[in-house]
Every structure is written in C-alpha cells, then in structure tokens.
Design a protein around this ligand. Sequence first.
Ligand SMILES: [Zn+2]
Ligand SMILES: [Zn+2]
Length: 346
Amino acid sequence: MVNDFKDMRPRIEKKQAALADTRPRITLSFYRYIHLEDPKAFRLKLLIIWTELGCMGRIYVAYEGINAQMNVPKENWEKFDAWIQAQPELAGVPYKLAVEEGQIPSFYKLTVKVRPKVVADGLDDSSFDVTNTGEYLTAKEMNEYIDDPEAVVIDMRNVYESEIGHFEKAIKPDVDTFREELKLVPELLKVHKNKKIALYCTGGIRCEKASAWLKYQGYANVKHLKGGVIDYKHQVEREGLENRFKGKNFVFDERLGERVGDEVISHCHLCREAKSDTHYHCKNQICHVLFLGCDDCIKKHDGYCSTWCRLTDKAPSGLKKRFARYYNRYFRPTQFKKTRLRAVAE
Ligand SMILES: [Zn+2]
Ligand SMILES: [Zn+2]
C-alpha cells in the first residue's frame, strides 16, 4: 500500500544495496520553517519523487516545516533541484553541501518521518514568538566576534559534537540533548547579559529556535551563524578567511564528521591517551554506543567499545540483552556518555 511506503528490507541488505550503487553522490542538508498543511501528504510526495531519483537520507517533516539530511546521485542533481524549485514550500531553500564526501555513502536508505517538530527542542512554541529569531552572522562576522572580548560565543550542540571540534573561545555546555542545552544556556549566560552573543550549530537549524528562545528570555543581542559550521567552512574557503573552527564538524550521517580544521583536539575514549576524533558505533548491536577510538584501541577491541561488549556479543541473544542492560546501567556512566545517533534530530 502506497500509504505505508516503507523500506522493510533488513538493515544489512539495505547497506549492501547502497554499497553496490557506486554512482557518485552529492550529500547536502537543508531546512525550512514553514507551515505545512498536511505533513503526511507532504511526506508521501517526498518519498515518491526521491525514491525515483535514487536519493537517500533522513528527513523530518512537521507542521512547522522540514529538516533534511540526504544525498542525491550526481546524475540526477538537476532533476532534484528542478523539482525543489517547483515546490512552493521549498523553492529557494538554501542547500548546505557537504564539505567532503566520505569513502562510504553518507546514507544507506531513505527515511522520511512525520514528527511533532523538526528538531526535538522541548519548547512550547505557543509560549513565545518563534519567528523573532536573531540576526545572522557571516563567517567573517563570526571571526570578529571571536576576537571581540565583549562578545560571547556559544556552541549550541551536544558535548559529543563539540568535543571533536569547536570555535576558539566557545562555551561548550556539557549536555547530551538540545532540550538540555536550551534549559542550561540561559543560566550560563546570566553573567553575560549585556554582551553580544553568537550562537552556532551544525547547519543552523537549532540556532533559529534557540535565538528566538534567548531573545524571549531577555537577551536582546543574540545573533547566530548562518548555515552553521558547514556553511562557515564554505565561506572561509570562498573568501580566503582565517579558519577559526578547530577540528571536525560532527554530521548526522554515516560519515559522522567532516574535517574543518586540520588539528585533532579530542582523545580516544578507551585509552584516554591517544588523540582521536574518529567516531565509531560499538559493534555490539545492543550497545551500539557512539565513541571515539584510536587505531590501536579499535584493533585491540575489534571495533567494540569494551572487552565486555566483545565477549558478551558471542553469547546467546537472550542472555546478551541481559548482559547489556546490566552493563549500560552500572558501568557505562563511569566510562563515557551513552549516545545514540538515531535519537538526534538535526
Ligand atoms: Zn585508544
Ligand atoms: Zn559496546
């Protein structure tokens, strides 16, 4: 049934099919806050056309708009773009093209989901004016803010994102979700009430909501980086600016990160000694935790996050589940944060 348009193939099969399709692809992201009358119908429209064009990715639609991370076979790019421009809801939407394509495809399947919101922020949108967003900062202006002692720069992303890359002097709240971040940031900013405030995130969508929220909280001078770190990198290259972003920009696809600055600023979570900014998912599917690993540790633990996960992965599945639950509850919090990529929506 067309309404239940869902790719039911097992994960491994989807991955193999995606790997077999070696057509060069263009990875991009875009978002737009726009009222959609019927998100379900809109979803179906996207699924049909983008399946036909061989696109893959993760897309969220809601009454409040659309948020897409996806790739398009290069050969179909013009058709894709022509279709976007013909939709009143999407015409002119700014694309943020990937800084680098990885060795592996950025996505293995196409999913379009209807959600209450395009980014899970935990805010009651009716309680403040969501359209009263902060002004945009260009890359050049962002650099000026970094040099200005009267300006505060805030990373609006989660700690596993800011850990591997961030702007010089940025405040990096120790949070796992955007919800927590929105609760914490007004507190952190209290001492900087009259300063100029610059927000940034991966592609800009989180800052749209966050800037409106902070303005509502009484911070008048809030601006945010247009197009996020992804577009910052493009602007820096285009305009020959100095790159003030250190390390990698975490992205929400199979590549898990794009190099922006040359330096590696974080450490392996397993040995805590070697430098690494390469994320892995633990090979134990029940654990699947996201962690930073150095080459030696990945080899030593065979791609698992711990000896525990490596050993218990060989146990029968019922027992495995019990092991994993026990481990996640009692040991994981002392080791490193448990982050599931799927739960994040930018
Ligand atoms: Zn290590
Ligand atoms: Zn594990």
